[in-house]
Design a protein around this ligand. Structure first.
Ligand code: ADP
Length: 425
């Protein structure tokens, strides 16, 4: 699938998900509002009934104008015009609410209408208290405080309403799960797509990297097989050198692919022995002498670590350093200057490889340790590689129980810091 189509598919998928979610939100909101409206109506009727009962008890025939008022979403006021006993009120309220299936905790407060002060307040939990076992009393009991209106407050109204919306919550959870799976699928597709692109790049690179030296060697051997060549020893030497250099290049590439292939087997066994890191550094630097001379570059070593012996596999440790120095020289557009230093750090050794190369942006740094990743350079294919060197370095450092850090800035250079513990943990 082309990148453009994939982007379109993702865009449409995102729009669909947002659309479905908006509809779900709209319906959930509508259902909640309806639920709330019904709740308010039931409370209103219950409180109106209580007011009427109180009036009947007091043989009060006066007509009350709007005796029940909703003050806020969960607070209602009811005026009775008559003094009433709080226990009787509690009894009436409980019975009315239960009759309307309003079994949630409520608080009721009796007010004195002359001073607007609270004369009684209580919390009733209808869910916990046994139904119908509310305090039995009558209005004839002594209650000598004036109380002409009362308030009822439902602290858990929202929770009660949400509780009643089980089906909506269930469907929202299912929708969320569908979205989660959907997003995961898209993520896998994008990842697979990147991987297949990266793989295609790798195959292209490898074909080029392996084919070029082979064809150069083939051409040179053709020239060398000419019987007249023995009369021109200078030319003969030249072609022999070309074959040597190209076969060395070929060996290097094959080694890199083999390094990676061996890592893929997952069961790479390290041949652990006591290794002197300084010896490895010196040996690697010597190996690069020729290339550096050709580039007029230099490697500066500053080996400060005392007792630089660690437990590790000398072949892999050499490869790690080789890859880092090789990159430092490869990705440099001026005279390469590579600094290698060591120091003791937290019961181990810290190795630092610093270069004055082209550096990497933050985004690129996030990916350079991934397998087959190469910093995109548009159509420029001046520096060849497979994108496996740093992945190998990372895996091997970890295998030695170490850690690797990269600091880099475009155009200023990069620094790789590796920590090796003294004994592999
Ligand atoms: P390769 O060099 O074979 O492409 P690597 O895994 O060694 O693969 O490196 C991955 C990418 O990281 C390279 O393509 C390069 O763009 C970038 N890179 C690695 N080392 C350096 C460095 N020292 N300076 C700048 N860029 C680097």
């Amino acid at each position: 699938m082309k990148r453009k189509y994939l982007r379109l598919v993702i865009l449409f998928a995102a729009i669909t998900v947002i659309g479905v979610f908006s509809f779900q939100l709209f319906w959930v909101n509508k259902a909640y509002n309806l639920e709330e409206k019904q709740f308010n109506e039931r409370v209103h009727v219950a409180l109106s009934n209580v007011v009427r009962e109180v009036q009947q008890l007091n043989q009060d025939s006066s007509a009350l104008y709007e005796p029940v008022k909703q003050i806020s979403s969960n607070y209602f006021l009811a005026s009775t015009n008559d003094t009433l006993h709080p226990y009787l009120l509690e009894n009436m309220l409980s019975q009315e609410f239960q009759a309307r299936n309003l079994t949630l905790p409520f608080e009721f407060i009796l007010y004195d209408c002359f001073t607007d002060s609270i004369v009684f307040g209580n919390v009733v939990n209808l869910e916990k208290e046994a139904k119908n076992v509310v305090r039995q009393t009558s209005n004839r009991e002594r209650w000598n405080k004036a109380s002409h209106y009362f308030g009822v407050y439902f602290p858990q109204k929202d929770l009660y309403l949400v509780d009643d919306m089980g089906i909506w919550i269930g469907s929202t959870i299912f929708l969320l799960l569908v979205v989660a799976f959907f997003s995961y699928t898209i993520w896998v597709i994008v990842k697979q797509k990147r991987l297949s692109e990266v793989r295609a790049d790798f195959i292209n690179n490898m074909t080029h990297e392996l084919k070029t030296p082979i064809s150069t060697i083939a051409l040179s051997t053709e020239v060398l097989s000419n019987p007249n060549i023995s009369q021109d020893p200078e030319r003969l030497k030249n072609y022999a050198n070309i074959i040597k250099e190209e076969s060395e290049r070929l060996k290097k590439q094959v080694d890199k692919v083999l390094q990676m292939a061996s890592l893929d087997e997952k069961r790479v066994e390290l041949n652990v022995e006591e290794v002197n890191l300084h010896d490895i550094v010196n040996k690697t630097v010597t190996g690069f002498r020729l290339i550096l001379d050709a580039n007029e570059g230099e490697v500066i070593t500053d080996l400060k670590a005392n007792n630089p012996v660690i437990k590790g596999d000398p072949t892999h440790l050499t490869n790690i350093l080789f890859n880092l120095v090789d990159n430092a020289i490869k990705y440099c557009e001026r005279q390469p200057r590579v600094e290698i230093s060591t120091e003791n750090h937290k019961n181990g050794i810290r190795l630092r490889v610093r270069d004055n190369g082209i550096g990497m942006s933050r985004e690129e740094q996030k990916h350079v340790f991934e397998k087959f990743y190469r910093v995109p350079k548009g159509d420029q294919h001046d520096v060849k590689g497979f994108g496996i060197g740093l992945n190998y370095v990372l895996k091997m450092v970890k295998k030695h129980g170490g850690k690797i850090q990269l600091k880099s800035e475009p155009k200023s250079g990069s620094t790789f810091r590796i920590y090796f513990p003294k004994s592999k943990s």
